[in-house]
Design a protein around this ligand. Structure first.
Ligand code: PEP
Ligand code: CO
Length: 442
């Protein structure tokens, strides 16, 4: 690890009094999804090496991301976030990365034009290499017990590669570096969205508010990943900046109030996200926000936290209004983002994980509508997708039948929308939003 912890073992003190360091999480009792390595000295050495390497993302870029997220929290920008559930080291190749970047750019352009808002583009890319698992073990058909696949930063997906190997963390750093280098070449300007309508035939602006002069590095794709593997995340943390991505989030399985992940995240300057599933209630959400951000009245904290709801299409209307209301009664001003994927995963009778495009779209539109009904703003969407033509999610076209999923199912973890499906979801969402707006005007 980068430096010795200076935190005292005082996790019962309130977060305001408790000193934070990039390693203070090590003192917490609960470290969810912790990886047990055979050789802890090797983990320590690898993390020291990573800590000595240059940042993958500069603090200056992270500050820009932070100001952009603040705009999304205020309803003046919209975040398009997407990418793999689990990135593969083997996919760090020009044509695969180019397709991911192109997809994100096309989606952002659609949203920018359709919603007439500046768009912040964020890839689940260049570091999405660690996965939470419901069960750390997998039982093979012959009864052998092996480690579950935990993401390429931890182990390989193949049956013979499951032993956690700390040297993969260093590989993760360099694969992220190579991905960022490739992305830099691909970042073409997208149409500046802030001024006036650009869709022919549409002559009104969707949100009739003054748009802040928005210093957007047009075409920039911010990178993001789940901050799950804390030895890695703290090794790349320098002066409160997690320099491995602009935006990091914690997942539904690692957001325990007194847990290590919340402790680690609360000290960062990066905009941070927290996934929220259907079991969340208003008071717990507020407690979580207070722990992550004890001074919500400070204007600098607007948009510092992104609440990523992933409730499942059927739970949105039941659960979301009380969450919105509870947050409204505080000073917190988060970005509300919708991940319509993780609450809508199903397993086929053959044991294949899939999602239906219709459910994904339903969760998106219901979430948008629920925010509108509650005088709140949904400031972003978050999709698991790839630029390739995979057959992992079902839809009403050729991918209607579950048998077709076997054709090109390549995901290392959850099912991703294919290129066409991902474009369709965003296009339909934008049409829905425009319709909502048109109806209110009539
Ligand atoms: C994910 O984003 O891949 C993930 C595991 O999400 P969640 O924490 O919401 O289940
Ligand atoms: Co996933």
């Amino acid at each position: 690890m980068a430096a010795e912890s200076t935190a005292t073992d005082s996790h019962s003190a309130s977060p305001l009094q408790r000193p934070w360091t990039p390693q203070s999480w090590t003192k917490m009792n609960t470290i969810a999804q912790n990886v047990e390595y055979g050789d802890s000295t090797a983990v320590h050495e690898v993390c020291n090496t990573i800590a000595s390497l240059p940042p993958l993302v500069s603090p200056a870029k992270i500050e820009i991301a932070r100001s952009h997220f603040a705009a999304a929290a205020k309803g003046r920008a919209f975040i398009v976030q997407g990418g793999d559930c689990a990135e593969s080291f083997h996919d760090v190749r020009p044509h695969i990365i180019n397709q991911k970047v192109k997809l994100l750019q096309e989606q952002s352009q659609m949203v920018a034009q359709g919603l007439n808002l500046p768009v912040i583009t964020v890839g689940r890319i260049a570091g999405q290499y660690a996965k939470p698992r419901s069960n750390p073990w997998e039982i093979l058909p012959d009864g052998t017990k092996i480690h579950a696949f935990r993401g390429h930063n931890v182990n390989g997906a193949g049956i013979g590669e499951r032993c956690p190997d700390p040297h993969r963390l260093l590989l993760g750093y360099f694969h992220a570096r190579a991905t960022l280098d490739l992305m830099k070449e691909r970042q073409l300007p997208v149409t500046p969205p802030a001024t006036g309508p650009s869709t022919p035939g549409i002559d009104d602006t969707l949100f009739e508010k003054t748009v802040d002069p928005f210093e957007s590095p047009e075409g920039t794709i911010f990178t993001s990943h789940e901050a799950l593997h804390l030895p890695f995340e703290s090794a790349v943390t320098h002066s409160r900046y997690n320099t491995s991505a602009s935006f990091v989030w914690i997942g539904e399985r690692s957001r325990q109030l007194n847990g290590a992940h919340v402790e680690y995240m609360r000290g960062l300057r990066n905009p941070i996200g927290v996934k929220v599933g259907p079991t969340m209630d208003g008071p717990t959400l507020v407690e979580l926000l207070d722990t992550l951000c004890p001074n919500p009245e400070n204007k600098d904290n607007i948009g510092r936290i992104t609440i990523i709801t992933r409730l499942g299409a059927d739970c949105v209307e039941k659960v979301l209004p009380s969450l919105i209301q509870a947050v409204k009664e505080t000073y917190h001003c988060p970005v509300w983002m919708c991940d319509p994927c993780h609450g809508n995963t199903q397993t086929t009778k053959d044991g294949v994980k899939t999602r239906h495009v219709d459910s994904i779209l339903q969760e998106l539109t219901r979430t948008y509508q629920t925010h509108r009904n509650n005088n709140s703003f949904m400031g972003g969407l978050h999709l698991e997708q790839t630029g390739e033509f995979v057959t992992e999610c079902l839809d009403d076209t050729k991918l209607r039948s579950e048998q077709r999923l076997a054709f090109n199912y390549r995901s290392l973890c959850d099912p991703r929308l294919s290129n066409l499906q991902a474009l369709k979801v965003v296009r339909s969402f934008v049409d829905f939003v425009r319709n909502c707006h048109d109806q209110t005007k009539d």
